[in-house]
Design a protein around this ligand. Structure first.
Ligand SMILES: *Cc1c(COP(=O)(O)O)cnc(C)c1O
Length: 377
């Protein structure tokens, strides 16, 4: 436990609690949790399935075959990727669960795991739980927030067992060109590294951009696994359902760990997930349109205020350069009652940024901009 990084969001949580107790109307752009409800046809599928006693037992470890088939069909239609639902798809209790468990399958004490900085904190903590050694790959604006694989020292690459990548990216909102995925495959093959791609935001995209699956890349199926989830796509964060897809050996390794830890995802939730993946997809398009409107409002408002900020092509985050992320986030909360996430909480290279989660309606974004205009920033 002593090796886990300090929880750097504590200071902001504390300050937010204080403001709320003072009766301040806090506008919270901190949480990466959609404010939109789960579409009704998915909720209906859960209700129906929950009433059926067949679904009240222990689920299967790997997930219902019908769910894994729905995932495979979705991957085929959406990405043109062919998956064998029996060996190349595994149900997850949310993608965080798969990310948290996969190092246990492949990382021995002292093995190196390549982790982006800034990045989703679980890549680092899951490595530490497996007693692996974290090597931080800086994500820099000048590289489009992609790690520079050529900068990884040869001795580090030789000891590396796993690399975590995530595009569309949280927290930077960057997207990756296909050529980057090709580079990752070449690098991983050369050094015998398992690639874990976190694709939680593939469906939250704008302006005609369509995010690929890492598994579309030539050779990826041999060395890679993709963690995916219904959380962000269908506003199902509370439901805890996701999928791991890719190389049968890697999927089996993760499955073996999971068999010894959890007993699968509730069958009724898997039925609802089938309804989500196989049902009408206009709910996804509507959610993206909502985020796009919010993004445009926030980005143009922040730009007018003189901030260095770009409209992201994907995710529901806006990543804004500031001088000192913790000082800026604390100041904004203290003086304007606005919560943003300090980038330092995602790694040292996040120290010059704050993240806005646009999981709040346009009226709240307008109010926040109005408050910021009054601050004389
Ligand atoms: C939200 C998120 C996840 C986890 O989502 P689940 O709800 O566990 O499926 C994983 N990775 C990133 C980058 C996220 O932002």
């Amino acid at each position: 436990m002593d090796h886990l990084p300090p929880y750097l969001f504590a200071r902001i949580d504390e300050l937010k609690g204080k403001k709320l107790r003072q009766g301040v109307d806090v506008i919270d752009f901190g949480v990466g949790d959609p404010d939109l409800p789960t579409p009704p046809h998915i909720v209906e599928a859960l209700v129906t399935a929950a009433r059926d006693p067949k679904n009240h037992h222990y689920p299967s470890y790997a997930g219902m075959l019908a769910y894994r088939e729905a995932v495979a069909d979705w991957y085929r239609h959406r990405f043109g990727v062919d998956l064998d639902p029996k060996t190349e798809v595994l149900a997850l209790i949310g993608s965080k669960e798969g990310i948290a468990h996969i190092p246990e399958a492949f990382v021995n004490p002292g093995d190196v795991v390549l982790v982006a900085d800034p990045g989703y904190p679980v890549y680092r903590t899951s490595t530490l739980f497996a007693e692996g050694t974290v090597y931080e790959m800086p994500l820099l604006a000048e590289n489009g927030f992609l790690p520079d694989l050529a900068e990884i020292p040869a001795e580090v690459a030789a000891k590396a067992k796993m690399i975590f990548i995530n595009y569309p990216n949280n927290p930077t909102a960057a997207v990756a060109p296909r050529s980057f995925f090709e580079e990752v495959v070449t690098f991983a093959r050369e050094h015998g590294i398992v690639v874990v791609h976190d694709n939680a935001y593939s469906e939250i995209t704008f302006d005609g951009y369509r995010a690929p699956s890492f598994l579309e890349t030539d050779g990826a199926m041999e060395i890679g696994i993709e963690m995916h989830s219904l959380s962000k796509t269908y506003n199902m964060t509370g439901w805890r359902i996701g999928m791991a897809c890719g190389s049968p050996e890697i999927v089996a390794g993760l499955g073996r760990v999971k068999t010894n830890i959890d007993s699968g995802a509730f069958d009724a939730v898997q039925h609802a997930a089938i309804a989500a993946l196989t049902g009408p997809q206009d709910c996804v398009r509507e959610a993206c349109a909502t985020y796009r409107e919010r993004r445009d409002l926030l980005v143009s408002g922040l730009t007018e205020l003189g901030f260095d900020v770009r409209a992201p092509k994907a995710t529901f985050y806006v990543w804004m350069a500031v001088e000192d992320s913790m000082a800026f986030a604390a100041m904004l909360l203290d003086r304007a009652g606005i919560v943003v996430t300090p980038g330092i909480g995602f790694g040292t290279h996040g120290a010059g940024y704050v993240r806005f989660a646009i999981t709040r309606p346009v009226e709240r974004i307008e109010q926040a901009l109005e408050r910021m205009r009054g601050l004389d920033l």
